[in-house]
Design a protein around this ligand. Structure first.
Ligand SMILES: [Zn+2]
Length: 126
């Protein structure tokens, strides 16, 4: 009876469909390096990985993260460039305005509007 049970158990362990692979991704934690150990579903270059550590999925996730970071950097750089252009135009107007003691009222109003727009731009772009 024991021999029969042992024989049945051996067959199930050796059966290809019964073998459960564990994720082989090396993880660093408080206890040092160890394998992830989750049930693996994907084989890549002879190693087994879970859904989180499957190398093609990791590469796609890293690529998406990189592209999002680059897009954010480019947007911030465009904002900096636009602000620099406004600053340069302002300095030009200010130097021209300062040369006139008797500035026409319309021009003075336009200059005040420019200053207010500049302050509003600074407030929203921080
Ligand atoms: Zn894993």
């Amino acid at each position: 009876m024991v021999a029969v049970l042992f024989g049945v158990r051996s067959v199930s362990v050796l059966s290809k469909t019964e073998v459960k692979h564990k994720c082989q991704k090396s993880i660093y934690s408080n206890w040092g390096h160890h394998d992830c150990g989750k049930t693996a579903k994907y084989e890549h270059n002879g190693k087994w990985y879970c859904g989180i550590h499957n190398p093609p999925v990791v590469a796609a996730r890293d690529k998406a993260r990189r592209e999002a970071r680059d897009a954010e950097y480019n947007a911030r750089q465009a904002l900096r460039d636009a602000k620099d252009a406004v600053t340069a135009a302002e300095a030009n107007v200010l130097s021209m305005v300062s040369e006139y003691d008797d500035l026409p009222i319309a021009l003075q109003g336009a200059y005040d509007e420019l200053c207010e727009a500049r302050i509003a731009l600074e407030a929203v772009s921080r």
